[in-house]
Design a protein around this ligand. Sequence first.
Ligand code: CA
Length: 225
Amino acid sequence: MPGSILIIEDEEKIARFTELELIHEGYTVDKCTDGRSGLEAALENAYDCVLLDIMLPGINGLEVLRRLRKTSDVPVIMLTARDAVMDKVSGLDMGADDYVTKPFAIEELLARIRLVTRKRAAVKQPEEEYSFGLLSLSVPRHEVTWDGKPVELTGKEFALLETLLENRNIVLSRETLLEKVWGYDYAGETNIVDVYIRYLRSKIDDVYGVRLIQTVRGVGYAVKD
Ligand code: CA
């Protein structure tokens, strides 16, 4: 699924042409022809990308961007006139992700949309709370609980459990766990992973009578549904 796009553009020909091309590429598209309705639509819906013209009736594109950025980090690509250098600079300063100069080739626009949406996906914050049955792990509070009661873990035990929960249903090799938990240049033996898995099991599996961490012979460890 390529995603959903909002076009805010008052020039009907450009808006229509862009809409058709995007639909052809598999995007779902909404269109607004003035700043006010565009801003409303951008604030009300979770678009993957907003294409924003600068010269708009009502409130102009830069003002739309300024207000949008107070609460939203949706990727924004500005549609600017050829010689409007100041618009481009102001727009980027105000938090636009990119711009294309009109008239643009649709291939360029498509490439820029892919780029800004991919970038946004890549910086998505990792989850900060994990749960597995009665077990919960909170990264910001650095806290593990079982049925609401605290489970005391050391720093490395916590990091190991967090890594396993973050990669739920994926088997992680001892080498991968060593890298993720102890760091790339840790020169120790991968045996240390087995040792810490045993510590975790003695504090969770043995105490609560569960099989949280599974051993996948010859491969590594996983927390599986
Ligand atoms: Ca315009």
